[in-house]
Structure formats: structure tokens, C-alpha cells
Design a binder for this molecule. Structure first.
Ligand SMILES: Nc1ncnc2c1ncn2[C@@H]1O[C@H](COP(=O)(O)OP(=O)(O)O)[C@@H](O)[C@H]1O
Ligand SMILES: [Mg+2]
Length: 474
């Protein structure tokens, strides 16, 4: 069968390439020479082709664009301008699996195209067909503009320099200021000094901390667990991926406007995220603990694009032994939107963290409403993660007799076993004094209340995590 190919290569390389591919004896047929990225993505999403050749200097080519092509079932081969030293590496970071020099013989390009098509996942053809059908039936009620316009709407690449975290500072205009603790000064602002020397090794674990709506303690657990692994001397990152109520910066008295996680996503989209860059965006707040702060304004949630986040989690594995991701509560995947793999989704950040995580910690609140939400939430979580996913580590937080009656530990264990079928749930006691003290000081429990019952429970939970991901606990 002849493979239809899109070509988005300009300059002197284009004409010989197109002629050569067409001569490649019936295996390949160039169906379109694309004028620009918008043209290329629109043609791919219209189901016109199974493969594309893109040049490294294609204007606005980035991680998202390549994800869209692959999502449309189109294999991508990159041609790197030999005069541009970083071109091949950049294409690679964008997710272009096969990269050749732009002056490579056309037969090599043809071979790479056929290999790339052969390596497409099995369902890619159906993705392409679906994409075609979707375009065919129009954009549907409430859907976005036409595909070309979609691409035009991609946010322009940020300036060449990805902004680092602003100096840690208080905002006098912030109404919370009167309550805010003294700002924390980063121990080390930046630097590769304490980076493990294994870039690309990527052996660190990613832990997604999720819980249903109702503030069950996702942030408390993400920060608390991160403080525990850091206290054990393990390089650790805690990242705020909550697109509804980010709070880690506040909890740790890092009142800055520079959303570290969003900056990392931007860097990933430009193909310039590496361990050093990530480390610069994640200030060290206490020994071994780095923080990727969340959105300063939740209206900016589209900045946390899943394709970029996937790259961020991968890079986190190079920088830290443990990365804890504080997730939002919502898991819904709007069906119409899931067809369009590139449409921004507010829950995409959480879904990306859940998909990347080696371990998911699911936290619920120890009161009748919180427990019911947890039971339902565990089902939703299982649906989202699909069959075969490792079971989450289930934690019930704020355990207290006042909310569930005498012998609250036993009651909570019984309820979770009976209604969710989960045995071996982990419990964290309600410990208002310790949490208040930590919040007031803008410090972790390890720093502010090391002997408190809540901290002891978190230390036990961190040990349990080490047992689930044993390679990390060594
Ligand atoms: N074990 C606990 N004991 C007492 N208060 C807690 C405990 N865990 C969390 N809290 C408090 O509950 C509130 C919500 O917790 P948070 O971690 O911000 O929830 P989420 O991130 O799920 O919205 C915070 O004020 C926090 O200090
Ligand atoms: Mg939170």
C-alpha cells in the first residue's frame, strides 16, 4: 500500500526531496507540500496522510505540534539543517523519533518514513480515520474553530529566555499578606550543584497525590511526603499541578508570581528543558527539597499543557529521586475533547501526572462526606487509569472521633474495606495544632512540628511508599 506523505520542508531541500520521494517506487506518495505548520497540522488532522517530513526550521514547530501530528496518526521524520548544531537534538526533544540531516540521500528519508509508519501504534490508523470523520462532520456544536485556525491559536512561543523564578518576595497588595508568614529564602537559588550526575538516567520516581473534591489534604500530603524523603537525604521535588486551587507556594511561604511548573512546561514546548533548566526553575526550599510552584492565577490553566507536562515529569526523574505531584481533584475527561488530543483541558495536568506516576496516593477525608467521596473517587480513578494500573496507596486524613465516632481508626478501616474493597488503608490523624503551626510559619511539618502525630504518620507513609517503589528507597 502506498503511504501518503506530507512534506513541510522549505528552502533548497524541498524540490529534490519531493521528486525523490515520488520516485521511491510506489511505496510513498507526496500528497501535499505544506506551506507552514498550520497547513501541515490541518492536513494531518484531516486524515490526508500517514507520515510527514518536517524541517528543523519549520516556524513554530514545537512539542505540541508534534504531539498533534502523532495524535492524528501521522508518523513524523525530521530533517535537521546541517548548519544548525542544535537542530537534531531539538527535533528529538519535540518527540520526532527519527531525525536525519537535511542533506541525507532521499532513499534514507524514504526508509525512515516507512520505518516510522511501521512503528506507529496499532490504533493510529483508527485515530487518523476518526480525525478524518470528525473533520468531515464539521466541528460540531460548541467545538472550536477550523483546524487551521486551531493552529493559528497556538500560543506564540515565549521569548528566547524562559523566565526563572522571580526572587522570593512578598506582595504588599496581596490581601492574604497580613496573614502570610515571613517569606522563606531559598537555600540555594539555582544551580546544578546538588544535581545528581545522571542526566538522562531518569530513575527517580513520580508520585501523584490525588484526592476528591473537598480539600481532603492533597497538598498537605504532597508537601509532607516530599519533606520526609528530603529529610532522608533524597533529592526531592514537589510540584503543584492543581489547576483549581494551587497552594504550595503559599504553604511554603514562597510568595512569588513565577509559576515554576508553567515555566518548565514552556521550556519543554520549546525543546530546551533539561535537568539544569528544571533545577533553575525549582528553588530549593530546604535541604534536598525543590519546589515547582503552581499557577499564580488559575485562569492561566491552559499554560499547563499535558504534552509539555509529560516532558517535565520525565526531566524530574533526572533531577530528583522522588517527585510528588499535587494534583487537582477533577478527573473528568470530556468525551468530545478527548477526541481532540491537543485541545487544552483543565484536568489535563492531573491526568498527565496520573498517567506518568509510578505510584498514586489517593487521599480522602475522615468524615462521612469525605469517605463517600473517596469511595466514589477511587472508582473514577480506576476508570481513568485503566485496567492493569497498580492500585493506589489509599490514605484517609484527619482521622478523629468527633467526625466518625469512637474508635475512629477501626471505623475508617472498616468503612473503606467494606465500600471500596481496600484493605491496608493508611491513616493520618487530625492534628490541627501541628498543621496550624506549620502553616503559620510557612514551613513543612518536618521543620515546624517534627514530633507531632501528623508528622509521625507521614514518616510512616513515606516508608510505605519506599516499600512500593523499592528501587527508590535503597
Ligand atoms: N491531618 C490534618 N490535621 C489537621 N488539619 C489538616 C490535616 N491535613 C490537612 N489539614 C488542613 O486541611 C486543610 C486542607 O488541606 P489541603 O492539604 O490544603 O487540602 P487539598 O490540597 O486537598 O485541598 C488545610 O488547612 C490543612 O492544613
Ligand atoms: Mg491543595
Amino acid at each position: 500500500m502506498t503511504v501518503p506523505v506530507l512534506v513541510a520542508v522549505g528552502g533548497p531541500w524541498e524540490a529534490p526531496l519531493v521528486a525523490g520521494l515520488d520516485r521511491a517506487a510506489g511505496d510513498l506518495a507526496v500528497v501535499r507540500r505544506c506551506a507552514d505548520l498550520a497547513d501541515l497540522v490541518a492536513a494531518a488532522e484531516a486524515g490526508l496522510a500517514r507520515a510527514a517530513v518536517v524541517a528543523s526550521d519549520l516556524h513554530r514547530l514545537d512539542l505540541d505540534a508534534v504531539a498533534r501530528l502523532l495524535g492524528a496518526g501521522v508518523a513524523v521524520v525530521g530533517l535537521a539543517d546541517p548548519a544548525d548544531q542544535g537542530a537534531a537534538a531539538r527535533l528529538d526533544r519535540f518527540g520526532v523519533g527519527r531525525v536525519l540531516p537535511a542533506d541525507a540521500p532521499v532513499t534514507d528519508v524514504a526508509a525512515a518514513l516507512l520505518a516510522a509508519v511501521a512503528a506507529l501504534p496499532d490504533d493510529a490508523a483508527s485515530v487518523a480515520a476518526r480525525a478524518g470523520a470528525r473533520r468531515g462532520r464539521g466541528t460540531g456544536p460548541g467545538r472550536g474553530p477550523d483546524p487551521g485556525a486551531d493552529v493559528a491559536a497556538l500560543p506564540p512561543p515565549a521569548g528566547p529566555a524562559v523566565p526563572g523564578p522571580a526572587p522570593v518576595s512578598r506582595h504588599l497588595s496581596d490581601p492574604a499578606d497580613a496573614l502570610a508568614p515571613l517569606p522563606r529564602l531559598p537555600v540555594v537559588v539555582a544551580g546544578a550543584a546538588d544535581l545528581p550526575s545522571r542526566p538522562g538516567g531518569g530513575t527517580g520516581a513520580v508520585v501523584a497525590v490525588w484526592g476528591p473534591t473537598g480539600a481532603p489534604g492533597r497538598t498537605t500530603l504532597a508537601v509532607g511526603l516530599a519533606a520526609e524523603t528530603a529529610a532522608l537525604g533524597r533529592p526531592t521535588i514537589v510540584a503543584d499541578a492543581d489547576t483549581y486551587g494551587p497552594s504550595i507556594a503559599q504553604v511554603l511561604a514562597l510568595l512569588d508570581e513565577s509559576a515554576g511548573l508553567a515555566a518548565a512546561v514552556r521550556a519543554a514546548a520549546q525543546g530546551v528543558l533539561d535537568p539544569q533548566r528544571l533545577a533553575r526553575l525549582a528553588p530549593v526550599v530546604c535541604p534536598h527539597l525543590r519546589v515547582l510552584t503552581g499557577l499564580a492565577r488559575t485562569a492561566r490553566w491552559p499554560e499547563l499543557r499535558p504534552s509539555g507536562l509529560d516532558a517535565v515529569w520525565r526531566t524530574c526523574r533526572d533531577v530528583a529521586d522522588w517527585t510528588f505531584v499535587d494534583c487537582g481533584f477533577a478527573l473528568e475527561t470530556d468525551e468530545e475533547l478527548t477526541f481532540d488530543t491537543a485541545a487544552p483541558r483543565r484536568n489535563g495536568a492531573t491526568l498527565s501526572a496520573l498517567a506518568a506516576a509510578d505510584v498514586v496516593v489517593a487521599v480522602g477525608s475522615a468524615d462521612p462526606v469525605g469517605l463517600q467521596r473517596l469511595v466514589r473517587g477511587l472508582q473514577d480513578l480506576a476508570d481513568v487509569r485503566g485496567p492493569g494500573a497498580a492500585p493506589p496507596l489509599v490514605v484517609v486524613n484527619r482521622v478523629r472521633a468527633a467526625a466518625v465516632g469512637p474508635r475512629p481508626e477501626q471505623r475508617v478501616r472498616d468503612a473503606v474495606a467494606r465500600y471500596a474493597g481496600v484493605h491496608g488503608v493508611h491513616l493520618v490523624p487530625d492534628d490541627r495544632p501541628a498543621l496550624d503551626e506549620a502553616l503559620l510559619a510557612g514551613r513543612t511539618l518536618v521543620e515546624a512540628a517534627p514530633a507531632s502525630p501528623a508528622r509521625q504518620a507521614l514518616a510512616g507513609l513515606a516508608a510505605a511508599l519506599g516499600a512500593v517503589a523499592p528501587s527508590m528507597s535503597a
